[in-house]
Design a protein around this ligand. Sequence first.
Ligand code: NAD
Length: 357
Amino acid sequence: MNAKIVVLPGDGIGPEVTAQAVRVLQVVARKGGHSFTFTERLMGGCSIDAHGVALTDEVLADCRASDAVLLGAVGGPKWDDPTAKVRPEQGLLGLRKGLGVFANLRPVRVHPALVESSPVKADRLAGVDILVIRELTGGLYFGQPKGRATRDGVEHAFDTLDYADFEIRRVVELAFRLAKARKRKKVTSVDKANVLESSRLWRQIATATGKANPDVALDHLLVDTASMRLVTSPASLDVIVTENMFGDILTDEASVLAGSMGMLPSASIGEKGPGLYEPIHGSAPDIAGKGIANPVGTILSAALLLRHSLGLEAEAASVERAVDQAITDGCRTGDLGGKLGTKAMADEIVRRLEAGK
Ligand code: NAD
């Protein structure tokens, strides 16, 4: 197949890790007889330096015209003034909105060889394989009105948790679709239906979607219970789907299970159009330019790109297998207590990918 991929390396370690993920995609293309073209563009702090904004209209247009976007990370001390009008993360928000990606997918698996790197006890981690799906473009972060007001001489601040039924339905239906392709075929819908009206609508829609998909098991958890379950019995969870802010918090909690931020990928996808793929970590200015960042989160993001935007499931699985084998064989970057640099770690993965089926 032919695919146009826009690469946004960004700032800090972003360029170091995306370069290795592109290498992996090039190997996949060569092995499978595919033709991938890569177009590199500025986004984040580097774009602020060059153009005065974190995301230019031209770059957004290139992304929209692509089949998928691979992103490194943005930000760094140079642009970290919270009062600045122009900030690197505006590029991320502009990209999400501009691409209409309403679901953020974060798979969390704990490799058996890495359980000791996790702060959670090893006996709780056997078999952990969770997909957290966070609604990304609605809910508490976007609801209107929000603001400040003075009432009876008292200052108030308020936010609104607002969902249209279709916004809930499309992300819950996506969760069921993705659950069907997994071994356990289970969806856990997370809400706060004992308190919030928006959660009651969420639960009503999740229940109806569950009835329409009897081959997938559905349960509901309150967000407070879900946050405990993630650390007490994470292996009991399969696909989690939840509101924007609940998901923001739960995805970070879930990521801790895997031991290092450097290991985890993410995908942001919409109804149609290109998806956005990036590791969950930031630009890691403390290690940028040293060639020691773990490239695995970005390489696994490239695997998600193959699966969700290009429909190349076998190729995606082959990349994931190559990463698993490298970890099993003891290949480790510094964040996991090893000595391999970014390129050397990617070399190990590429070698196993080349040798694999
Ligand atoms: P961070 O994820 O960049 O780093 C946190 C810690 O994890 C650091 O010690 C770092 O060295 C380590 N780390 C992260 N990724 C690693 C990797 N691949 N290999 C090895 N070690 C890794 O988070 P932070 O320090 O809070 O933020 C740094 C900058 O990144 C800030 O400007 C922040 O705004 C930005 N940020 C960007 C994104 C994004 O682009 N999506 C996300 C989070 C933070």
